[in-house]
Ligand binder design. Sequence first.
Ligand SMILES: [Fe+2]
Ligand SMILES: [Fe+2]
Length: 145
Amino acid sequence: MLPKKLAKAIHWKPEFSVGIPHIDDEHKELIGLIQALETLAGAADHETLERILSTLSEYTKRHFLSEETMMKKMEYPKLIEHRNQHRAFIHKVSEFEVQFQSNKAAELSDEILKYLWTWLTTHILVHDKAYEAFRKERNIRAPIF
Ligand SMILES: [Fe+2]
Ligand SMILES: [Fe+2]
C-alpha cells in the first residue's frame, strides 16, 4: 500500500484543468485508472491488475494522440518535445506492463504507482498547461473533438 499521504492525493483536482473539457475528461479517466490500481493493488488478483494496467496503457496512447493531433492543428512550436515526453512515458508503461505480466508473483509496487501518478500530474501541470497557454496567447479557437 502506498503511503497514506500519496494514496489520498490520487484524485482529480481543479488545478489540473487545462480549460478544454475534452482533455480534462481524458485526464480524469487516466487518474481514475491509477486510482483503481492503487485501490486494488494487493487486494485484487493478478489478472485484474494486469487488465487495468493494460487499459491504462491503451487509454494513455489514445489520449496522447488526441493531444498531439490538437497541438499539430494549432501549430504548437513545442510539439516534438511534448511528443517525446509522451513516447518516453508510453515506453515506461509498456515496460511495467510486460514485467508485471511475465511475473505472476509480482506486486504492483508503490514505486510504480508513485511513478505513474507523479509523471502524469507533473506533465499535466507543466507541459499540458503550456500548450493551453500558447492557444490562449494566440487566440486560437478551442479545438472541437
Ligand atoms: Fe495530457
Ligand atoms: Fe501531454
